[in-house]
Design a protein around this ligand. Sequence first.
Ligand SMILES: *[C@@H]1O[C@H](CO)[C@@H](O)[C@H](O)[C@H]1NC(C)=O
Ligand SMILES: *[C@@H]1O[C@H](CO)[C@@H](O)[C@H](O)[C@H]1NC(C)=O
Ligand SMILES: *[C@@H]1O[C@H](CO)[C@@H](O)[C@H](O)[C@H]1NC(C)=O
Ligand SMILES: *[C@@H]1O[C@H](CO)[C@@H](O)[C@H](O)[C@H]1NC(C)=O
Ligand SMILES: *[C@@H]1O[C@H](CO)[C@@H](O)[C@H](O)[C@H]1NC(C)=O
Length: 439
Amino acid sequence: MSFLSLLCYSCCFFFSSTALSIQTILLTPISKDPSTLQYTTTVYHKTPLKPTKLLLDLGASFCWIDCEKNYKSLTYHPIPCKTSLCASLNSSACSNCYNAPGPDCANNTCALFPENPVTRKAALANALRDSLALSTTDGRNPGRLAIIPDFVFSCARTTLLKGLANGVTGLAALGRSSFSLSAQISTAMSSPFLFTLCLSGSPSAPGVAFFGTRGPYFFLPDAELSKSLVYTPLLVNPVGNTVITYSGQPSDEYFIGVTAVNVNGKAVRLNETLLAIDQNGNGGTKISTVVPYTTMESSIYKAFTEAFSREAAAVNLTVTKPVKPFNVCFQSEDVSSTRVGPAVPVVDLVMESEDVFWRIFGANSMVRIVGEDEDVWCLGFVDGGANARTGIVIGGYQMEDNLVEFDLGLKRFGFSSSVLIQQTSCANFNFTTNNKIAF
Ligand SMILES: *[C@@H]1O[C@H](CO)[C@@H](O)[C@H](O)[C@H]1NC(C)=O
Ligand SMILES: *[C@@H]1O[C@H](CO)[C@@H](O)[C@H](O)[C@H]1NC(C)=O
Ligand SMILES: *[C@@H]1O[C@H](CO)[C@@H](O)[C@H](O)[C@H]1NC(C)=O
Ligand SMILES: *[C@@H]1O[C@H](CO)[C@@H](O)[C@H](O)[C@H]1NC(C)=O
Ligand SMILES: *[C@@H]1O[C@H](CO)[C@@H](O)[C@H](O)[C@H]1NC(C)=O
């Protein structure tokens, strides 16, 4: 079957069941692994469908899944070389195999280089098609599963999983490419090409990702979060940062145009050149779910932490001994609390104009560290090094309990700031299944 027949099959599937249709919006839960600080999502894969835990990676081009261990499915198909599907995957190799035929062993098969973004390792493996399913949703509850019968991904060997959270068997790619999870959902469901994340930091209550909707996004007890989004253009970095480089191909990662960083409304003095993407792909501000805490190139980090310490001192907060990997910490007993976390200076990432800024309150700027003889709040930003390729990399912690919308269709990024203000949190999505929701 070709990719075109995939489209046709899902269309027929769609039209034959419109009686039940509300909207073809899908969702997955997103959990945080407490030991690696990685965000993972669970999808259903193969035939019969099995829950499959994958690392969430905003920057990756295509999904990959371990095919070496326990791959049993009635519906997998290799992708032959010299097919249009193989060509559109930009496959750089065609492989043969002399072992027993299986998902990871076929002749004349389209091969890719899946990458592990944590260890930055890559290894050649077969591309494959198989069934993938996610829950439908009305924005309020999950519904029945919707199946994408010919989901395209890459196999990987078990060793590529090294460095990833326990139980993870692959990677869910959310990058700009036409074969990311979000792109294939949009094609199969005829929905707009966008997805929305609400990351939860709670080890027990997951956050959520929505696919193919610009809202409404309902959270308990009574919040609808689409109205709180502010938008800024999504920018394209002309040079990719993958382990295996594909010359002439832009990056599939998401960049936004941060022009200034303010602390308590005062601009931090920094080298603005580092905030622009140059023709070699250096500089700029990227968004990443693989980086746990926002990193800043050394000179930006130094200026930012100095400005933050100065503003904190003005309200009688004095810095105490730092706790790695952080540099600016305060005794917890000195810090009072608010609905949006510890009361500390507010940080704004300012975009194209003064009134477009992403406000970061204490709940997202400060990390509590409690040890045997310490209890401190530390500024949760990390020095990215003097040779950092990217000026600022906005990490997962700064996105928790914020709604963020990656809209490829409208080429814009929407952000809500802390939803704690609205008396809810990303852990407050109602995951009780409502079987009336289907497509
Ligand atoms: C393949 O390369 C083309 C040309 O650079 C690019 O537009 C397309 O997005 C790439 N496809 C994938 C799946 O990366
Ligand atoms: C690939 O082709 C070779 C040579 O014809 C054959 O020996 C081998 O068994 C084939 N591999 C598979 C997986 O079918
Ligand atoms: C700003 O950063 C750019 C890029 O690293 C560098 O070439 C330039 O010298 C820096 N300017 C200042 C004033 O430090
Ligand atoms: C900081 O402490 C000084 C001296 O104890 C006091 O006069 C001042 O009001 C305090 N400022 C704030 C903002 O709490
Ligand atoms: C969660 O959703 C279910 C199914 O729609 C509903 O019955 C239940 O009342 C909801 N929970 C809360 C706390 O509103």
